[in-house]
Design a binder for this molecule. Structure first.
Ligand code: FES
Ligand code: FES
Length: 166
């Protein structure tokens, strides 16, 4: 079978893999040990396989690995620091927004991309950002609350104080 070289960055680490031209990014990431990237529907409907590609949430089941040449990829494994969780991960745990956890990595990455561009989103914007993520367990309310809580945490103290004094 014909093979090709793929050079990319995953969670801040440069990678050089040999792939087949038709390999799907989801399969390659899992083959390389990134099991936080979940295999769900494989048709772009559940969001469980979401990763950030150059900061944008992408269903990795719909992308050829070859299209990731030169890209920077973030999987859920790359979000926490060695000693601390990302504020979004903390908020999901604090709010009980993780139950079976199958959808959680994808949801958290989608929220990460949202907060990078809209640090203080409205509830509607959060719901829109999470709309491509199916969850059988939480009823969506707790993940939405968690994202809003994480965004409030990031809000400057002065803005919070102004709200409280209203
Ligand atoms: S596995 Fe990719 S969207 Fe469901
Ligand atoms: S927590 Fe189980 S599918 Fe979302």
């Amino acid at each position: 079978m014909k093979h090709m070289e793929l050079r990319l960055t995953v969670n801040g680490v440069a990678k050089h893999w040999t792939i087949a031209p038709g390999d799907i990014l989801l399969d390659v990431l899992r083959r390389e040990g990134y099991f936080g990237v979940k295999r769900g529907c494989e048709t772009g409907e559940c969001g469980a396989c979401t990763v950030l590609v150059n900061g944008k949430p992408i269903n990795s089941c719909l992308m050829f690995a070859a299209q990731a040449e030169g890209a920077e990829i973030l999987t859920i494994e790359g979000l926490a620091k060695p000693e601390t969780l990302d504020p979004l991960q903390e908020a999901f745990l604090d709010r009980g927004a993780v139950q079976c956890g199958f959808c959680s990595g994808g949801m958290i990455l989608a929220a990460k991309a949202l907060l990078a561009h809209h640090p203080h989103p409205s509830e509607a914007e959060v719901r829109e950002a999470l709309s491509g993520h199916l969850c059988r367990c939480t009823g969506y309310r707790k993940p939405v609350e968690a994202v809003l809580a994480a965004s409030t945490k990031k809000r400057p103290a002065r803005a919070k104080a102004a709200e409280v004094s209203r």
